[in-house]
Ligand binder design. Structure first.
Ligand SMILES: [Zn+2]
Length: 317
């Protein structure tokens, strides 16, 4: 127990003011409300998580917009409200306010690239910049058209919704790819990461089954894919594949799909935060390519095998 005679204080990491803890609240109590944070700086409109140790406290902004540069404020509230995993929406806005938020980094980077007309950098990072011709890129953020999108992005979002329905997902719990960028000949699905690895599941593996119904999408057997446990990536892979199949430009089948995982956005995000004019900021993507982009279905199959097997806990044959 804290000695109550000792004032509870910490230093605001933004303005260096000494903050007094809210006497009505207690450290060590997790919350998902800004006004339940023990330490809040009214001047900076940031608070700190209620971790007992000061070093462990995470900065949390009062609003989602407070956690991204002003240049990318427009459209944020609507975009968070449009995310297609309906049951996750309330928590999504709260998590967005955290300094560790993958969504905030995703939003900043993708919006900055879009505003600077540099979305092809996403494809260049994958080594497929040559596939970005044709109509302007269509961007979905958390499954919904990005702000300022035209009808083509709405069509892509409708496809994602139909794919979800065909997979038998519940209407309010759809798989929500962080980012989809589509060109006439290329679909890129991004699972964004900010310092953490990909989530791996080891329980309730029956959940995978609805995504493993088409053996031609996979070179590994369903049990092997389940054993590796990349539930999120498996779902994203199926969505990427289905989107590529169902999207057509004229009579052409879209040639390529790709799953770009574990983009490391941290440095880029802080660079963007610390400057103005983020729209012209050089964007560089670190991370690794989970699967090579493919020009044939055979190659897609092969690459999906490596997608599932490469990080497996046991040596692959
Ligand atoms: Zn402050």
């Amino acid at each position: 127990m804290r000695d109550v005679s000792e004032p509870l204080t910490m230093t605001c990491r933004r303005c260096r003011r000494v903050l007094r803890g809210d006497p009505a609240l207690e450290l060590g109590v997790r919350t998902s409300r800004y006004d339940r944070l023990v330490f809040r700086c009214d001047a900076c409109e940031v608070g700190y998580s209620n971790a007992t140790s000061e070093a462990d406290r995470i900065e949390i902004t009062a609003t989602p917009a407070g956690n991204v540069p002003v240049e990318v404020h427009a459209g944020l509230t609507d975009a968070l409200g449009a995310s297609i995993n309906v049951v996750a929406r309330p928590g999504k806005a709260w998590k967005f306010c955290s300094a560790n938020s993958e969504d905030a980094a995703t939003w900043t980077v993708i919006r900055a690239l879009a505003m600077a007309d540099q979305l092809d950098r996403v494809a260049v990072a994958l080594g497929v910049g040559h596939l970005t011709g044709g109509e302007p890129a269509r961007v979905l953020l958390w499954g919904a058209p990005a702000p300022g999108s035209n009808g083509a992005a709405a069509d892509a979002a409708a496809l994602v919704e139909q794919i979800s329905r065909d997979l038998g997902e519940k209407d309010d719990r759809r798989s929500e790819p962080d980012v989809v960028v589509m060109w006439d000949d290329l679909v890129v699905v991004i699972e964004a990461k900010l310092g953490s690895g990909n989530d791996r599941q080891s329980e309730n593996l029956d959940r995978f089954d609805r995504y493993l119904r088409r053996p031609e999408l996979w070179s590994a057997a369903p049990d092997e894919i389940k054993a590796v446990g990349f539930y999120e990536l498996v779902r994203n892979w199926v969505i990427a594949w289905e989107l590529a199949e169902r999207s057509r430009s004229g009579s052409r089948r879209l040639r390529s799909c790709s799953l770009f995982s574990a983009i490391s956005l941290g440095k880029l995000s802080s660079n963007v935060n610390s400057t103005n004019g983020c729209a012209s900021r050089e964007a560089s993507f670190a991370g690794y390519r989970l699967s090579r982009v493919c020009d044939s279905e055979t190659e897609i199959r092969r690459s999906s095998l490596s997608a599932c097997k490469r990080p497996a806990p046991r040596p692959s044959s």
